[in-house]
Design a protein around this ligand. Structure first.
Ligand SMILES: [Fe+2]
Length: 353
C-alpha cells in the first residue's frame, strides 16, 4: 500500500486502509474501489490523503495506532466531556479511565514507532481530534519514558482534557483566520487556567490531570505561560503534554493554514530541545516517531522516487525505501535501499502522488 494525495488518486484505485473522519466514524471501508464521486466526497470532508493498494508495495505494513473502535470511543468520550462541562455536571471519571486504559493497551500492543496519527487532518470546532491525537502521542512518549500504568492513565486523562479551557473562549477568537490582536492573544492565554478551574472541581479526577491542563503551555526555558515555570518545576506530565500538543498542532490543519508534514514538525521539535522542551523527552520522541511513515512517497537525492517500505528504529530520517521511478521513467525492476547503508543518499522531498 502507499499513501496518495486525493488529487492524484486514479479512478478504480482500491483503498488499503479505511478512512476515518475527525469524529472517529468510518467514511469508507478498505477494499472499496475509488470513483470520482468518492474522491469528491473525501475532498469535501477534508481528507487530503488516503492509503491505496499497490502491487509493487504489497509488503508495506500500515502503522497501527488505535483500533478503530478505541478511536471511536475516545471521540465519544471527548464529546461527553464537553457536554458534562457545558451543562455543569461532574465528569464520569471511571469511563474516562477505562477509555485511556484501552488506548494504552492498543498502543503497547501496536507498532514500535508511531506513524500516522489520523487520516483526517481536518479542523473541527472544538479540536476533538487534537485532543485524541495529542493523547495518543503523549501516551507513546509516556510508555517509552517508562511510566507505570497508573501514571500513564493520569497523563492520558490530563492530555485528553488539556485544552478543555478553550470551551470558555469565544469561537471567533479560536478560529480567527488573521493575526490575533494583543487582547485576543491574552484571552487565548487564559485557557490553561480556565481548564485547571474546570478540572479541579472534579475531585475524582485528581489534581494531576488538572495540572496537565494548567501547565501544557509552560516551556522548559521558562518562556511559556501562564506562570513562566522552568525546567523540572513543570510537572513531568505537563512537559510530555507540551511536546504532544505542539507536534499534533503542527501536523494538523488549522483555519488559517494547511497541515505541516511530519518531518517539518519533527525538525521544529528537535530544534527546540532544551529550549521549549525537555531534552530527555525529545530523545524518546526522536526514536519513536516515524517522520516518513510507511507508504509515504519520497524523492531521493539521486533523482529517484518511490515509497517508504519499513522503519529503522532509532533512525527516523533513514527508513527502508523502494524506488519506482527515475524522474518520470518507471524503474524496472524497482530498487530497494536500506538508507543507513547508503550514507550518500538523502530524502529530499515528500511526494504523495
Ligand atoms: Fe492548549
Amino acid at each position: 500500500m502507499r499513501l496518495v494525495n486525493v488529487n492524484y488518486v486514479s479512478e478504480g484505485a482500491v483503498l488499503a486502509q479505511p478512512v476515518i473522519d475527525s469524529m472517529g466514524r468510518t467514511l469508507l471501508q478498505s477494499g472499496i474501489k475509488l470513483t470520482e464521486a468518492y474522491v469528491q466526497r473525501l475532498r469535501r470532508l477534508g481528507v487530503d490523503e488516503v492509503f491505496i493498494e499497490d502491487s509493487q508495495l504489497d509488503d508495506v505494513e500500515p502503522h497501527i495506532t488505535l483500533r478503530p473502535r478505541t478511536r471511536e470511543q475516545a471521540y465519544e468520550t471527548v464529546k461527553s466531556i464537553r457536554h458534562c462541562i457545558e451543562s455543569n455536571r461532574l465528569l464520569q471519571v471511571e469511563n474516562l479511565r477505562s477509555v485511556i486504559q484501552r488506548m494504552i493497551s492498543d498502543l503497547v500492543g501496536g507498532n514500535e514507532v508511531l506513524g500516522y496519527l489520523s487520516d483526517v487532518k481536518g479542523y473541527d470546532e472544538y479540536t476533538f481530534h487534537h485532543s485524541v491525537n495529542s493523547t495518543i502521542l503523549a501516551l507513546v512518549l509516556g510508555v517509552h519514558c517508562r511510566l507505570k500504568e497508573g501514571s500513564l492513565i493520569e497523563l492520558g486523562l490530563g492530555t485528553l482534557m488539556h485544552d478543555i479551557g478553550k470551551l470558555k473562549i469565544p469561537m471567533e477568537i479560536l478560529n480567527k483566520a488573521g493575526p490575533l490582536t494583543p487582547e485576543e492573544f491574552n484571552e487565548i492565554k487564559q485557557h490553561p487556567a480556565y481548564g485547571f478551574e474546570i478540572l479541579r472541581k472534579n475531585s475524582d479526577l485528581g489534581l494531576v490531570a488538572a495540572h496537565v491542563a494548567l501547565q501544557h503551555q509552560e516551556r522548559w526555558d521558562g518562556s511559556g505561560y501562564p506562570r513562566g515555570l522552568k525546567g523540572d518545576k513543570i510537572h513531568e506530565y505537563g512537559r510530555i503534554a507540551a511536546v504532544a500538543d505542539v507536534y499534533e498542532a503542527l501536523t494538523s490543519k488549522r483555519s488559517y493554514r494547511n497541515a505541516g508534514q511530519p518531518y517539518e514538525a519533527y525538525e521544529y521539535i528537535l530544534a527546540h530541545a532544551g529550549v521549549y522542551f525537555e531534552p530527555k523527552i525529545i530523545d524518546v520522541f526522536a526514536k519513536h516517531i516515524a517522520i516518513y511513515p510507511n507508504g509515504y512517497g519520497v524523492a531521493l537525492s539521486n533523482g529517484q522516487r518511490g515509497n517508504v517500505v519499513k522503519q529503522n528504529i532509532g533512525y527516523p530520517s533513514r527508513p527502508c525505501v523502494r524506488m519506482l521511478f527515475q524522474g518520470d521513467e518507471p524503474l524496472n525492476p524497482p530498487i530497494d535501499y536500506n538508507l543507513p547503508e547508503h550514507p550518500s543518499l538523502l530524502i529530499v522531498g515528500v511526494e504523495n502522488k
